[in-house]
Write a protein that binds this ligand. Structure first.
Ligand code: MSP
Length: 636
């Protein structure tokens, strides 16, 4: 007999200094939902999350608080651990990079790569920015306006990442599942078209002391990524417990945000190749939660704290919203208004109301005991069939990581059940044919039980509450034989009255009380620049162009390098929109540029023009013609 399937899923390990927000909560809940789907199928499952605790920022934060860095981490890690507990996260292990076992294994791995000749020592001389605490490339130094720059010569240790470039490219081509979604795979392949450098993996202790010592040179610590990525294997017993390691590795999913794609899809696989460890099955990069249209950031003061919402609307409503609203891969927008709309339509209406209706009718007409259905009609058979097919439908979507679609399928089912009930109208039928009315209520309850099972991973507490209403004991789900078959609920079973699983939210009243709304209603006064003559305006040549190619600027995180078609002429324009748009999203779009701006070199890349974009201090929105026009069209 073959062993039960097994499933291993990870989240990024979060910087221990950070205040957990809905972005962190999203990845963690997504991993939790996946783990729970697999557990509900009876698979052996391992779910790893944790915190990234070494590095400059932690060292500095501890110094500021005048405590030892480890003590600082011990105090701060609790913020993540407590939140995950409240959000009902069912991780099997919470790893901390300061765990003794982890640090020992990182040293072991470094030693192994050093012994095998994949790490070398080299002296690098270059321009060093004291403010940014990093070396600048010559190009960056020449182009940028840097403060506190000095010439520094530093010896460091480097991992021979470049040796694995071709092997990695081949692997990505041969394994389309390795980097998902597909457009992220293309992004990584694009990155790998340029020569891959070696990776500096150390910092001298004079610069950074809060890290793991290099086993072959105690004057150095290893730099954070080498330490952090390794958590995915130290958390499952590498190398001390080979049996356990083999049981879980290769991982099924490394879930990450799009911000850390390169480290996961380039650094990590090359490290694994050097260590002769198989590569992960899938690295899945999800999109970004925006607040309205803006990036979430401390400086904008728009950070959404997950527990504020969970306290207000229930943990499961928050979990539901995050899973339903984001198509994994794409960005999604959070506002309290969208949250409440979704809650009311899906949870209060489609699900909550259905539960209320069934329980009330059973209470009123059948003394709180579930009637049976001895004589099913074709309409009953129809709903029965759909309910029984639902599990397979949902499993397929979940296996493609389309959790939002899986949820939508369940909601469609719930709407079908509501419609069935409306059409059959048991509250009317009961007056003339109580047996038939009982049959309708049984069919409704049983279909509801099956649909609810498919939502259990998303809303574990609420769904167990729902089962309890139907008298199902805690341990029955999903272990009971016949759980996923029709007929699990038995006639005569007690049905409890309920105060409502998801009470409706009064949207207007709720929104009126949120501070966001108040601050938004007071716009800042706008300062207009001094007048200019029409002739001055006419000096600018504004044109419509189509973006034909886009990629990240090699030397600047906030810039994109765009190739634009100006109607017969192609140009390169550098645009500061990388925080808001992925290169792929822009290709094929028409935008407007100033075509006669004197060309400039921006961080080493020529920019022949500048894009026009609206800036409201929160987002940057390139200006587009509202209907397609010829490239090169004038903007007047
Ligand atoms: N410590 C590194 C990861 C090391 S993994 C070996 C790190 N930590 S982090 O605290 O910055 O967390 C980044 C992760 O948080 C993202 O990859 C993503 O999973 C999640 N999110 C942070 N902000 C987010 C949004 N606004 N939206 C969605 N998820 C985001 O990077």
């Amino acid at each position: 007999m073959s062993a039960k399937p097994r499933f291993y899923v990870t989240t990024p390990i979060y910087y221990v200094n950070d205040e957990p927000h809905i972005g962190h909560a999203y990845t963690t809940i997504l991993a939790d939902v996946l783990a729970r789907y697999h557990r509900d199928r009876g698979e052996r499952t391992f779910f790893l999350t944790g915190t990234d605790e070494h590095g400059q920022k932690v060292q500095q934060a501890a110094e500021k608080r005048q405590v030892d860095p480890k003590q600082h981490c011990d105090e701060y890690v609790v913020r993540f651990q407590e939140k995950w507990e409240k959000l009902n996260i069912s991780h099997d292990y919470f790893i901390r990079t300061t765990d003794e076992n982890h640090t020992e294994v990182v040293k072991y791995l470094l030693q192994k790569l050093w012994d095998d000749g994949f790490i070398y020592r080299d002296t690098y001389e270059g321009w060093y920015s004291v403010a940014e605490e990093r070396f600048l490339t010559d190009k960056e130094y020449e182009e940028g306006d840097w403060r506190e720059v000095k010439r520094l010569s530093e010896t460091n240790y480097f991992f021979k990442m470049s040796e694995f470039q071709q092997q990695l490219i081949d692997y990505i081509h041969d394994n389309p599942q390795f980097i998902q979604p597909d457009f992220r795979r293309n992004e990584v392949l694009g990155f790998l078209r340029q020569p891959l450098g070696d990776l500096c993996i150390s910092r001298p202790k004079s610069r950074l002391s809060w890290g793991i010592d290099l086993p072959f040179d105690p004057d150095y610590v290893t730099y954070v990524w080498f330490d952090a990525l390794t958590n995915y294997i130290t958390g499952i017993g590498y190398p001390q417990d080979p049996e356990r390691f083999k049981k879980w590795w290769p991982v099924d999913y490394h879930l990450i945000g799009k911000d850390i794609l390169t480290t996961h899809a380039v650094y990590w696989p090359t490290m694994l190749m050097a260590a002769k460890i198989p590569l992960p099955k899938t690295i899945f990069a999800h999109g970004w939660w925006l607040v309205g249209t803006a990036k979430m950031s401390k400086s904008l003061g728009n950070v959404v704290r997950p527990l504020d919402l969970a306290d207000k609307y229930s943990v499961d409503a928050l979990r539901y919203f995050l899973m339903r609203e984001m198509a994994p891969g794409q960005d999604a927008s959070f506002t309290e208004e969208i949250f409440i709309t979704r809650y009311n339509s899906d949870l209060a209406n489609d699900l909550g109301n259905l539960v209320n209706r069934v329980t009330k009718l059973v209470g009123r007409f059948f003394e709180g005991k579930l009637p049976g259905n001895a004589d099913p009609t074709p309409e009953d058979a129809d709903i029965t069939e759909k309910a029984m097919a639902l599990k397979a439908v949902v499993d397929t979507e979940v296996d493609e990581l389309k959790i939002n679609i899986a949820i939508e399928r369940v909601l469609e089912m719930l709407r079908d059940i509501n419609r069935y009930m409306d059409n059959q109208a048991p509250w009317k039928v009961v007056k003339t044919d109580p047996v038939r009315a009982g049959g309708i209520l049984y069919t409704t309850a049983e279909a509801l039980r099956l649909a609810a099972s498919a939502l259990h991973p998303v809303m574990p507490a609420k769904i167990m509450e729902l089962f309890d209403i139907f008298g199902i004991p805690d341990n029955a789900f999903p272990n009971a034989h016949h759980w996923f078959e029709w007929g699990f609920l038995k006639a005569g079973a007690p049905v409890k009255a309920t105060a409502g699983l998801f009470p409706r939210i009064d949207k207007e009243a709720e929104l009126a009380s949120t501070t966001d709304q108040k601050s938004e209603s007071k716009p800042k006064p706008i300062k207009i620049k001094p007048e200019v003559a029409f002739e001055d305006f006419e000096k600018l040549d504004l044109r419509v162009v189509t973006i034909v190619a886009a990629e990240k600027h090699p030397n600047a995180d906030r810039l994109l390098k765009l190739q634009v078609d100006l109607g017969g002429e192609q140009r390169q324009v550098i645009a500061g929109v990388a925080e808001y748009f992925q290169p792929d999203e822009l290709v094929g779009r028409q935008i407007t540029i100033i075509a006669n701006l004197k060309p400039a070199k921006i961080r080493g890349e020529v920019s022949q023009g500048m894009i026009l974009a609206a800036d409201d201090d929160q987002s940057i929105a390139p200006l587009v013609p509202i209907i397609p026009v010829k490239n090169g069209s004038k903007v007047r």
